[in-house]
Design a protein around this ligand. Structure first.
Ligand SMILES: C[S@@+](CC[C@H](N)C(=O)[O-])C[C@H]1O[C@@H](n2cnc3c(N)ncnc32)[C@H](O)[C@@H]1O
Length: 493
């Protein structure tokens, strides 16, 4: 075939593919003979419209599913129905593989035959390659590729294809979202906003289990780290259930903080804990560190300033049957550290014996501010007997936009603690939050000179004795040059 002839054929099939869904006359003619054969014909790969919805949907803001219908011309092989399965196996790389689309259709002209749809992207110029022809020869199938009008509907397109066809050409399309139970949570750009309701509906249609789509309408800068949101499509129910690391949580997504992208980090910290360790969770949210830690038989003190988080935390403790392992508080993190945490540490640390393996961990996941809370540890246990064995380990989160985020977070932590952490801390990159913005976790044992105002004499290994008087315990500690005597309330059971 001459080049010019080929061009004409190509143009003809291109136009047929583009317009057959729009021109009723032509569609009827083609439909009458749904399946037709042509000798050697040409189709331009770039114009195969199998993955493109109808061009007229461009700019649509209210979803009209009917408008996505189109008919495209695809290559088919006519085969006897008895050998369809064998053929599908033998030509598996050439047969159309697209979820939701049939690969085998009735032959309108012969009830003993079937039409096997081939992938137009794999067939160049509507003719089979040599190896496929060889397979057909062995199966005794006539290797003639024919054309078939395949009707595509809204259901056959993926959400990305739909949105790419609708939104202005050349602009970024997003079909990505975070899933929180039955809620899909989007963060749309300005140019996507006119299409937001349509985008929401497409996400519901294409993602089983999602029945509500919301868009963030403010950046997270509220004290409680939740954000304003607009329901774009579906039910207006924002109370949902999520599962993370095999634990179920219930929450109201409009009132508390929940980020499904933190599950690995929650798991990583909980993995560091041993049964009988003590966890203080200063910014606990609805409990994704606290509850798994309690499940692991740690003793947990969990706090959150947001009364809503606090009440969902209590509810989740019950739901997961760990309410007897967690003491929950609803106060500012600073007060929590100066109050319940300090009390617990001053009661428990002196009693800690060398051979006891209990560790104390303090988790501070409020990355925008937590580092500024570290100054609370300065002299928190001043006047108490030193216990170098039980120095609590802090896991404090921070954001950084610095070139060297680990150094940046470490230096800010050092400034807040008033001491150097050189060689005494580790930093872990949790995730990339935005271009040039990282979330990190810095972990360190609180240096004794920070917690107690001075290094523990003899590494805090001076002998410790106690005498119990009813509800009180009297403790003595003798160092080479000092003697300490103090009382504590009864031991926490
Ligand atoms: C980033 S969220 C982390 C929640 C949870 N730890 C998690 O990983 O999902 C921070 C939490 O700190 C709470 N919060 C904010 N400011 C606080 C403060 N000053 N004291 C205590 N909690 C605070 C918020 O309500 C929010 O639940």
């Amino acid at each position: 075939m001459q080049l010019t002839e080929q061009r004409h054929y190509r143009l003809f099939w291109m136009l047929l593919a583009q317009y057959s869904g729009r021109v009723p006359g032509l569609f009827v003619v083609v439909k009458k003979k749904n399946f037709f054969t042509m000798p050697e014909t040409v189709e331009d790969k770039a114009n195969l419209e199998l993955y493109l919805p109808h061009p007229e949907v461009r700019g649509m803001t209210r979803l009209n599913r009917e408008a996505f219908k189109r008919t495209v011309v695809v290559p088919v092989l006519k085969v006897k129905k008895e050998i369809v399965n064998t053929l599908l196996k033998s030509l598996k790389h050439t047969v159309l593989q697209r979820p939701g689309l049939k690969r085998v259709v009735e032959d309108p002209e012969d009830e003993d035959s079937r039409l096997v749809i081939l992938d137009p992207h794999k067939i160049s110029e509507f003719s089979l390659g040599e190896s496929d022809q060889e397979v057909l020869k062995q199966l005794n199938v006539h290797p003639e590729v024919s054309k078939y009008n395949l009707e595509l509907t809204y259901e056959n397109f993926k959400s990305e294809e739909i949105l790419r066809a609708v939104l202005p050409e050349g602009q970024e399309v997003t079909s990505g979202f975070s899933r929180v139970g039955h809620i899909a949570h989007l963060n749309l750009r300005d140019h996507q906003l006119p299409y937001r309701h349509l985008i929401g509906q497409v996400i519901i249609d294409k993602n089983p289990g999602i029945t509500c789509v919301v868009n963030k309408t403010s950046i997270i800068d509220s004290t409680y780290r939740n954000f304003q949101m607009e329901v774009l499509a579906g039910e207006r129910n924002l109370v949902t259930k999520v599962k993370e690391n095999n634990i179920t949580y219930e929450l109201d997504f409009s009132k508390v903080y929940w980020n499904p992208r933190l599950s690995t980090e929650h798991g990583r910290i909980v993995e560091l804990l041993k049964p009988s360790d003590v966890l203080f969770d200063v910014f606990a949210g609805i409990g994704p560190f606290a509850i798994p830690a309690a499940k692991k038989k740690c003793r947990v003190f969990a706090n959150d300033l947001n009364p809503e988080s606090y009440s969902w935390l209590l509810r989740n403790c019950k739901l997961n049957k760990v309410d007897n392992k967690i003491k929950a508080f609803n106060m500012d993190g600073r007060d929590f550290l100066l109050g319940p945490v300090r009390e617990e540490l001053s009661r428990e640390l002196p009693l800690l014996k060398e051979e006891q393996k209990t560790s104390f961990h303090i988790v501070m996941n409020l990355p925008a501010l937590a580092i500024e809370f570290l100054d609370v540890f300065q002299h928190l246990l001043a006047g108490e007997p030193c216990s170098a064995a039980g120095l609590p380990t802090v896991h404090c989160y921070g954001f950084s936009k610095h070139d060297d985020p680990a150094k940046d977070v470490r230096e800010r932590a050092e400034a807040s603690l008033g001491t150097s952490l050189d060689g005494r801390c580790s930093t872990y990159l949790v995730r990339n939050v935005a271009p040039n913005k990282e979330m990190l976790c810095i972990s360190f044992q609180i240096p004794a000179e920070v917690l107690y105002k001075r290094p523990c004499p003899d590494g805090g290994k001076e002998p410790l004795w106690h005498l119990d008087f009813g509800l009180h315990r009297l403790l003595f500690q003798a160092g080479p040059t000092s003697l300490a005597l103090w009382a504590t309330p009864a031991v926490w059971q």
